[in-house]
Design a protein around this ligand. Structure first.
Ligand SMILES: *[C@@H]1O[C@H](CO)[C@@H](O)[C@H](O)[C@H]1NC(C)=O
Ligand SMILES: *[C@@H]1O[C@H](CO)[C@@H](O)[C@H](O)[C@H]1NC(C)=O
Ligand SMILES: *[C@@H]1O[C@H](CO)[C@@H](O)[C@H](O)[C@H]1NC(C)=O
Ligand SMILES: *[C@@H]1O[C@H](CO)[C@@H](O)[C@H](O)[C@H]1NC(C)=O
Ligand SMILES: *[C@@H]1O[C@H](CO)[C@@H](O)[C@H](O)[C@H]1NC(C)=O
Length: 399
């Protein structure tokens, strides 16, 4: 009797489970639409067929790219959709290696999608080696535009989690016009010497969260362009790379303010820079405010703390004309570890629009060069207020 009751309960439970899993989300496996895991024939058509169905579905749906190696050419994943859509990537998706085979500067471009999830533990391999060798954009203004691994354009209420972007030809991820977009357990991997391979670049977006993620790459781990608002970077490990940067700003007319950046509980390892704000001299007016850097561990990092308002790489600017980008309400608290350059803290603000409301809390940065001086600090046009202890002494002569 009891056994029979148990059996019935078990059957009911199984029925309930299978019912709820099919009604939760419609599932479109790309291999049912012609995708082959041979790494040679492109899955674009299969993915597009699945996307068309998923995006038109009036109930939540999921596209699955299962385990295996797939070739995917340049693709535009276009919304709006009728209900939430998830793309679950379990396998490795490879880009064509030849950058000349791309018509645009994006490999995967996601456009106008609301309630979107990208998940699955899979890898997007940009196969960047050939492109890196051809990249001459640092000296040639008319260089050919090189595709980024992922472009998120006007994406809202979205979550990208447990995804790896590998060896992008250019930036790994570009975020523009997005609202409430989270990157969680996101991994960026490219060699230290790969040019322009910024991890995540954000512009003109509001509410971007980068959490518990690891970024190892050849350029900035995270960079913020104009119009970045309410960006939260938490539990990120960065390095190698060029650090976490705001800017460079002020080069173009009509740039939107940058406001609200929280970088908390992060570790930077062997990066060229730590946390950095850079603006061009002789700039257009602009504004940067509400930047908060807290609980950051620096391991052998060059220039761990930098505000540089005379940022002028390749000497292509009039460095003697001050920047007009106003920087205010910036705090650096509990930043510790080792610097690989003697200057551990540099706060070089504009003489025309000095930095305002800069707070420096506990800082403990050490420098061990062979016969080097201790870690030092440079300040101009800034009078920070202090909390706690600072080593090196920050702005001892300027404040
Ligand atoms: C996204 O989710 C919100 C909140 O649940 C809902 O109001 C909106 O209609 C959804 N949009 C789509 C396209 O699913
Ligand atoms: C932000 O997006 C997430 C999905 O990642 C969603 O669960 C959450 O409700 C959204 N928040 C708001 C305020 O819409
Ligand atoms: C800090 O970040 C690490 C990941 O790098 C995470 O494991 C840890 O829980 C975080 N600690 C706090 C206090 O948030
Ligand atoms: C500084 O920024 C924080 C966070 O956005 C904000 O709460 C605070 O009011 C700002 N302080 C000033 C002086 O603007
Ligand atoms: C600063 O860090 C060094 C090395 O990690 C440590 O020995 C020293 O005690 C720290 N100083 C303070 C004031 O915390």
């Amino acid at each position: 009797m009891a056994t029979r009751k148990l059996q019935i309960t078990a059957v009911a439970a199984i029925l309930l489970l299978s019912f709820s899993s099919t009604s939760d989300a419609r599932v479109y496996d790309v291999t049912n639409y012609g995708a082959k895991a041979d790494g040679r024939s492109s899955i674009n058509q299969a993915l597009m067929s699945a996307w068309k169905l998923a995006c038109a579905s009036t109930s939540p749906s999921k596209i699955v790219i299962p385990k295996g190696t797939f070739l995917l050419k340049e693709v535009k994943i276009q919304g709006p959709c009728k209900a939430p859509v998830e793309i679950q990537v379990e396998g490795t998706v490879k880009a064509p290696a030849n950058p000349l085979s791309f018509k645009t500067d994006g490999w995967l471009t996601f456009n106008y999608i609301d309630n979107f999830t990208l998940s699955g533990g899979g890898v997007f391999d940009g196969q960047g080696k050939i492109a890196w060798g051809q990249n001459d954009c640092h000296k040639n203004k008319n260089c050919k535009r090189i595709p980024m691994n992922m472009r998120f354009n006007f994406i809202t209420n979205a979550l990208v989690h447990d995804i790896t972007t590998l060896d992008s030809k250019n930036f790994h991820v570009n975020v523009i016009g997005c609202k409430n977009l989270t990157f969680l357990r996101f991994t960026v991997t490219a060699p230290e010497n790969s040019p322009n391979t910024d991890g995540i670049h954000i512009g003109r977006s509001d509410g971007i969260y980068i959490t518990d993620s690891t970024i190892r790459t050849g350029d900035d781990c995270i960079s913020l362009g104009d119009g970045s608002r309410q960006v939260h970077v938490t539990g990120v490990k960065c390095g190698p790379g060029h650090g976490i940067s705001v800017g460079s700003l002020g080069k173009y007319q009509g740039e939107e303010p940058v406001s609200g950046l929280w970088v908390k509980n992060c570790t930077l390892i062997n990066t060229q820079n730590g946390v950095r704000v850079k603006t061009w001299p002789a700039s257009y007016p602009g504004s940067v405010s509400d930047l908060h850097f807290e609980d950051i561990n620096m391991v052998n990092v060059g220039n761990p703390i930098v505000i540089d308002q005379v940022y002028c790489p390749w000497n292509q600017c009039q460095a003697n004309i001050p920047s007009l980008v106003k920087i205010s309400n910036v705090s650096f608290k509990n930043i510790r570890g080792s610097s690989s350059t003697a200057t551990a803290v540099k706060l070089a603000c504009s003489s025309k629009v000095p930095c305002q409301d800069v707070v420096v809390g506990d800082i403990n940065l050490t420098y061990k060069g062979p016969e080097a001086p201790a870690a030092s600090c440079q300040c101009s046009n800034v009078a920070p207020s202090f909390l706690g202890k600072q080593s090196p002494q920050v702005c001892a002569s300027a404040a």
